[in-house]
Every structure is written in structure tokens, then in C-alpha cells.
Design a protein around this ligand. Sequence first.
Ligand code: FE
Ligand code: FE
Ligand code: FE
Length: 188
Amino acid sequence: MESEVRELLGEELKDAYSAEKQALRCMQKALRSASAAALKEGIQLHIEQTQTQIERVEQAMEKLGIRPGRKVCEAMRGLVEEAQNSIGEQDKGPIMDLVIVAGMQRIEHYEISAYGTDIALAQALGEQEVVQLLTATLEEEKQTDIKLTQVTEQHIMPAAMEGEEADEEEEEPASRKKEAAPKRKARA
Ligand code: FE
Ligand code: FE
Ligand code: FE
């Protein structure tokens, strides 16, 4: 029934609103823990995008005549908690940067899947304005995910592997050390 799909979209948007606000606070903390300049820039850019994304969700909700309410996105709460616990276990440096990227990419992937669903619901309801708002956000989430992989490959992983080589100098045979730095991030 259309009214139920509409109600579902409303609930999804309340969830997205909560998720974005939690992600924003998480990134503001992560920014203070990051070391690589390219990572800091990436986080800063996505903090600014996220502020706009929160406004887009507000506009979408206004368009549908719903209020944000007090709904909490439990999935984002878990993702943020896990990310912050992992970050807390590290000292500043390339490994901490890897942990920040790992947490952020999990968050981006959750957002990508949520907005994909929300856009499909809005599309089915003929809510073109909402589709456009959410599509703009979805594109930013996808680009952020790609950017995080690039920054890791180009800046963070080389630094992380260098540190490890120095530590393992005595155990690692010289021939193996050459093969270290992989070009791609394993889970990307
Ligand atoms: Fe977002
Ligand atoms: Fe959620
Ligand atoms: Fe995001």
C-alpha cells in the first residue's frame, strides 16, 4: 500500500537524520586523531558535506511533512562506538590513520546502502525532489569511500609499511622486504 511505503520512507529519513548527526560528531573527533594531511583534508571535506547532507534530509522530511523526532540509528551508534574504541587503542600515526579509514569506510558503506533504499522508496512514490536530494548525498558518500581508498593507497599505507619494515629488520629476510607495500587495500 502506498501509504505504508510513504510511512516507511518517513522512518528511513528519521534514521538517516540520526545517522548523519552521529557520523558528523564521529568525524569531528577523527579529524583530531588523524595525522596524514591528505586524510585530514578528506575528513574536513566530508564534515562540510555532511552538514549539507543533514540539511538535505531536513528538506526531504519537510517535503514529506514529517518531523525528525527522537529516532536513533542504532547501526550508526554501533559503527561509531566500534570506530572510536579502535581509534582509542592506537597512538597517533599511520596505523591510527588506517584504523580511522577502516571505521569511516564502514560508516560510508552503511550510508550508501541506506540512501540506496531511501531513493528507491522515494522514486516509487513519485517524490522527485526527495530523489534528487538523496541522490546528491549518495554520490558524496560514494566519492568519499573512493577517496578514502585512494588516500590510503597513496599516503597512509606507504607510511604504515615503512614503519613495519624498520621494526622487523632483524627477522625479515632482505628479499621479502622488497615485496612489502601492496598497491591495493585488501578490503577495498
Ligand atoms: Fe552522510
Ligand atoms: Fe539506521
Ligand atoms: Fe558519509
